[in-house]
Design a protein around this ligand. Structure first.
Ligand code: UD1
Length: 334
């Protein structure tokens, strides 16, 4: 039986992918150090608590289970923190990826799916990026991921392995059935932060920058539901198993929403006006970044199911409400 190792499978995105993998009958092993993930988020898979930079641990897991493919999520992902503590990001994201690749090379793992980011693009001419747009990351987080992409490509060029690099745009929302979600305690992502405010965990919500060159002056991003993103990973795995070539693919819907449009949605879905504070631009932020995701649709035959901002927000709110009150029923919003 083909077996998949998922690093960071107890975290936000990794746990949604694990859930989709196990629900279609895949045998999955997770390595996660639980620094920002949760044991309970690992549904239907074996959890090994440890660090992906620990080559001896990874080697023993790869060998013991006869792992055929690796999906690598484990990483730090907070852009402002990467600006204030870059070595933390190069250590965990770049150096640990190198160690993981070395262990995979030793064990003969031939398929690798890598969680990359739209942050590898930086400032683009028109705020839209396809996979051939030049990479010029605006922050250490983006650079730490771009370096990992380069190592992976160089390793695969030896013929040892094939890969799919998935460059995520703005991932949001949670499992529509409310079983798992985004639990990181100090998340900075807009939809997560706004939903925390909507359920009373934050007193206000800041808009960082109202003077961008966009129709309402606030930043525009391409928000993709985590379930659609997870599906892209399963398609990528199938592609590699069918003998497909290495790929780099953007993951987004190809259109965006401004910060104000997102906050309007949170107020509408949550049923309450928000207490909004307008602040200056955040360091390292861009005015607009939207995916051209035609390649993902064409090459992997990926079709989004949840391209609906209010739905994304509804699923994120469902999870926040569950976190503040265990009494809230886990009813499906699908
Ligand atoms: C960035 C990365 C993205 C990465 C993500 C993970 C870039 C271009 N993108 O997304 O690849 O996956 O971080 O951390 O580097 N905002 C507010 N108030 C808030 C929070 C955010 O106004 O409280 C605004 C931001 O200024 C931005 C938008 O909302 O315009 C989205 O921000 P955020 O959710 O933090 O994600 P990005 O910074 O776009």
């Amino acid at each position: 039986m083909n077996k998949v190792l998922v690093t960071g499978g107890a975290g936000y995105i990794g746990s949604h992918v694990v859930q989709q993998l196990t629900s279609r009958g895949e045998y999955v092993v997770v390595i996660d150090n639980l620094s920002s993930g949760y044991r309970e988020a690992v549904q239907g898979a074996e959890l090994v608590v440890g660090n992906v930079g620990d080559t001896a641990l990874v080697a023993s897991v790869l060998q013991h289970h006869g792992i055929d493919a690796v999906m690598h999520f484990a990483a730090h992902t907070v852009v402002p923190e990467s600006v204030s503590d870059p070595l933390k990001y190069y250590g965990n994201n770049t150096c640990n990826t190198r160690n993981l690749l070395a262990a995979c090379a030793e064990a003969g793992v031939s398929k690798f799916i890598f969680s990359s980011t739209a942050a590898v693009y930086g400032l683009t001419a028109h705020g839209v990026a396809d996979e051939d747009t030049p990479t010029q990351p605006a922050n250490p987080y983006g650079r730490s991921k771009l370096m990992s992409e380069m190592m992976l490509c160089d390793h695969c060029a030896t013929g040892a392995m094939r890969h799919v690099i998935l460059r995520y745009f703005n991932v949001a929302g949670c499992d529509p059935k409310g079983r798992i979600g985004h639990s990181a305690p100090s998340a900075t992502l807009l939809i997560k932060a706004a939903c925390e405010h909507a359920v009373g965990k934050r007193e206000s919500l800041a808009i960082y920058g109202t003077d961008y060159n966009t129709p309402d002056g606030t930043g525009i991003r391409d928000y993709i539901h985590v379930e659609d993103l997870a599906t892209a990973h399963l398609r990528a795995l199938d592609h590699l198993r069918e003998g497909g070539t290495s790929l780099k693919l953007n993951c987004g819907y190809g259109h965006g929403y401004s910060v104000r449009e997102v906050l309007d949605s949170v107020a509408r879905v949550g049923g309450h006006p928000l207490n909004i504070v307008e602040l200056p631009r955040r360091e390292g932020d861009l005015g607009m970044l939207i995916a051209c995701s035609d390649r993902l649709k064409q090459v992997l035959d990926w079709q989004p199911q949840y391209d609906d901002l209010d739905f994304i927000v509804r699923t994120a709110l469902l999870w926040e409400r569950k976190m503040v009150s265990k009494r809230v029923p886990l009813s499906s919003v699908a």
